[in-house]
Ligand binder design. Structure first.
Ligand code: TXA
Ligand code: MG
Length: 324
C-alpha cells in the first residue's frame, strides 16, 4: 500500500492541542493519541476513507478489524447490542482497559471497513482524560488500533509513535507515558463470554463480575480475534522466554532482579515483582533493549507468574518470541 509522506504535528495535550486533534479527526485525518493502555492511531470510525488511512499507515491487513472508542456506555449502545453479560462488564469496567465485542446494532455508524466486514463491533470507553476529551470533542466514534507499524511493539509514549509512524500520520497528541502499558482485555460477548485477548483488566476481575469462568479463545477454537496472529510485538532481536540465566551476547529483560550480577545489558520490569509496574514498563523496556542490541543477539526474559496481569504480560512476550 502506498501513502503520501506528510509532516506529523506533535500536539501538546492541552485544550488547544485536543481541539486541533479533534478538528483533524473530523476532517478525516489520522491522529495518534494516548489511552491508559497504549497510544492509539485514531480516525473517524464512520469514514471508510479515513479508516483506510489507518490500515495504510500501519501496513495492517484489512481482515483485522479495529476497536471503536466511544465516550460512554450510552454511545456504545448506539453502535452495538448489549446483552446482560456485556452490560454487566461495561458497567463494572468502563471507562477502562476493557474492549467488548458485541453484535452490531441497527444504528451502527462504524464503517464496514473498520469492522473488517464482520457483523460484530469491538467497543471501548477509555479512561485516559486526554482520550476522553478528544472523543468528546470529535463527537464521533474513533477507530484506533495501537499506533505502531503492524507486527511491531505497541507504543507507550509519543516518541514511540513517531519512531514508527512519523511522516505517515497527521499528528500525535503527546500525553506522556501511558499508565497501564498493555492493551485492553478483549471479551467477545456474542454468546457465552470468551476471552479473546488478556490485557489491562484481569481474567480474575472479569470472572468475579460474571460469576463464572471465562472461556479461552484458544480452547474454544471457533472465535479468535482476527488480529491475534502468533508473531506480533516483534522486536528486531530474537526473544527467549523463562530464562533463569543470561547467555553470552544476550540482553536481559528481568523481573525481580534474577539477572543481577550476570553482566550484559539488563532492564528490570519490576525489581519488587509488581505486575502492574511490569506491565507499564514492558513495551518501553523491549524497545530499549532492542535499541541497545542494534539488531544483533537476543533478549532473555525472566519468568513472570501467569496470574493477574501476568497473563497479559506472558501473552505479549510469547508473541514477541514467536517464529517470524
Ligand atoms: O488497548 C487497546 O485495546 C488499544 C488502544 C488504542 O485502545 N487498541 C488496540 O487495538 O490494541 P489493536 O487494533 O492493536 O487490537 C485490536 C484487536 C485486534 O486483535 C482485532 O482483531 C480485535 O481487536 N477485534 C476488533 N474487532 C473485533 C471483532 N469484531 N471481533 C473480534 N476481534 C476483534
Ligand atoms: Mg496492536
Amino acid at each position: 500500500m502506498t501513502h503520501d509522506p506528510r509532516p506529523t504535528a506533535r500536539l501538546s495535550a492541552d485544550p488547544a492541542g485536543i481541539a486541533a486533534a479533534a478538528g483533524l479527526l473530523r476532517g478525516g485525518r489520522l491522529v495518534a493519541f494516548p489511552t491508559e493502555t497504549v497510544y492509539g492511531l485514531g480516525a473517524d470510525a464512520g469514514s471508510a476513507e479515513a479508516v483506510a488511512g489507518i490500515y495504510a499507515a500501519k501496513g495492517r491487513p484489512r481482515f483485522n478489524p479495529l476497536i471503536a472508542h466511544v465516550a460512554d456506555l450510552d454511545a456504545a449502545r448506539e453502535q452495538g447490542d448489549f446483552g446482560p453479560d456485556a452490560l454487566a462488564l461495561a458497567r463494572a469496567f468502563w471507562p477502562g482497559p476493557l474492549t467488548l465485542v458485541v453484535p452490531v446494532g441497527p444504528r451502527c455508524t462504524v464503517s464496514d471497513l473498520a469492522r473488517a466486514g464482520l457483523d460484530s463491533v469491538a467497543l471501548r470507553v477509555p479512561a485516559h482524560p486526554v482520550a476522553r476529551a478528544l472523543i468528546a470533542a470529535a463527537s464521533v466514534p474513533v477507530a484506533a488500533p495501537s499506533a505502531n507499524r503492524s507486527g511491531r511493539i505497541s507504543p507507550t509514549a509519543a516518541g514511540h509513535v513517531l519512531d514508527d509512524l512519523e511522516g505517515r500520520i497527521d499528528a500525535v497528541l503527546d500525553g506522556g507515558p501511558t499508565e497501564v502499558g498493555v492493551e485492553s482485555t478483549i471479551v467477545s460477548c456474542l454468546g457465552a463470554p470468551i476471552l479473546l485477548r488478556p490485557g489491562g483488566v484481569t481474567r480474575e476481575a472479569i470472572e468475579a463480575v460474571l460469576g463464572r469462568r471465562l472461556a479461552d479463545a484458544a480452547a474454544g477454537g471457533a472465535t479468535v480475534a482476527p488480529g491475534m496472529l502468533a508473531s506480533h510485538y516483534a522486536p528486531r532481536a530474537a526473544v527467549r522466554l523463562d530464562a533463569l540465566a543470561l547467555r553470552a551476547g544476550e540482553a536481559g529483560l528481568d523481573f525481580g532482579g534474577i539477572f543481577v550480577g550476570q553482566g550484559g545489558p539488563v532492564l528490570d520490569l519490576s525489581r519488587r515483582r509488581d505486575l502492574a509496574e511490569a506491565a507499564a514498563n514492558l513495551f518501553g523496556h523491549l524497545r530499549g533493549l532492542d535499541g541497545q542490541l542494534a539488531g544483533r543477539g537476543s533478549i532473555a526474559v525472566a519468568p513472570i507468574p501467569a496470574e493477574g496481569l501476568g497473563e497479559a504480560l506472558r501473552d505479549r512476550l510469547a508473541r514477541a518470541a514467536a517464529e517470524r
